[in-house]
Design a protein around this ligand. Sequence first.
Ligand SMILES: Nc1nc2c(ncn2[C@@H]2O[C@H](COP(=O)(O)OP(=O)(O)O)[C@@H](O)[C@H]2O)c(=O)[nH]1
Ligand SMILES: [Mg+2]
Length: 310
Amino acid sequence: MFKEIPPFTKQEIVDVAFKKASRKGKNDLEKVTMAADTIASMLEKIIKRYPSFQHLDTFQRELIDILVGEDAVRHNLGALQWALNTIQKIKREYLSKMRKNRDLRLQLLQQCYARYVSVLDQVEENLIFLIEVRSKLVSLPSVNPDSFTVVLAGLPNVGKTSLLKELTGSEPEIQAYPFTTQGINIGHMEYHHTDIQVVDTPGLLDRPLSRRNWIERQAISALTNVADLIVYIFDVSETCGYSVNQQERLLEEIRGMGIPLIVVNNKCDLGESTYSNISTETHKGVDELREEIEQHFLAHAKKIRTTLTE
Ligand SMILES: Nc1nc2c(ncn2[C@@H]2O[C@H](COP(=O)(O)OP(=O)(O)O)[C@@H](O)[C@H]2O)c(=O)[nH]1
Ligand SMILES: [Mg+2]
């Protein structure tokens, strides 16, 4: 959807518009008209192809707001709309001048072109900003807002990615998440033909929140807003490189988010704990975990049905 936004720079617009006018405009009046209309239609394409925020799902909308700010996008699109209107006004002004002063037509044409360029100069920065926004939007992950969403959490190397593969039986689809270098991994579990989305978030729910900057906190908040269930993974064998104590502290933070939570101990082939024990290596406990997730899904689906029939 965001790919359809044309990444026009000021120079491109100038080149295309004047080339077209000089090739196709049969006289100076036509050239003034053609250049203006080409500029206007290129600006309009950018404005129109930006999706309106109300039509985006809340996850994407939140990400855009964190990344670039909804107001900033609106403001920059507004500048393009101003340029479009101003160019059309200049066009009408010069067409009328040219009709009155036949002898000065060539001079007026040059003056008019210079004014078009000067308007575009004034929105050059806005065009650059919008191209940057576009490139960020194109790489946004698409989490289906209608699916039940399970988010995996736990310190690095406890086995989140391994568990995602176990639960969803496939290589996860890695999508860019602009707040981490590693992206997020998304897999799908099916339950009676209904999609359950499992999301692994390297670099996000694997470190204490207290050490996060504002942007990262926002990114985590966007993610936890779509989470219907969190599976927190422990590694009491500590082969992940973190102590049980550190893992308990992160668990407490995640518990504080108030999202339904399942806690498991992975790598039980190396060490068992009082939490439900699983091992992605020996597959122990994985089916039971899948069933527990399905129970949460059913309870959630039931809740949705009761709210719908209320
Ligand atoms: N012994 C053992 N090793 C595991 C198990 N699950 C994962 N690992 C290993 O732990 C390491 C980290 O796993 P990974 O899934 O990448 O962890 P993540 O960083 O939380 O995504 C890898 O070397 C895995 O092979 C398990 O159940 N038992
Ligand atoms: Mg991983």
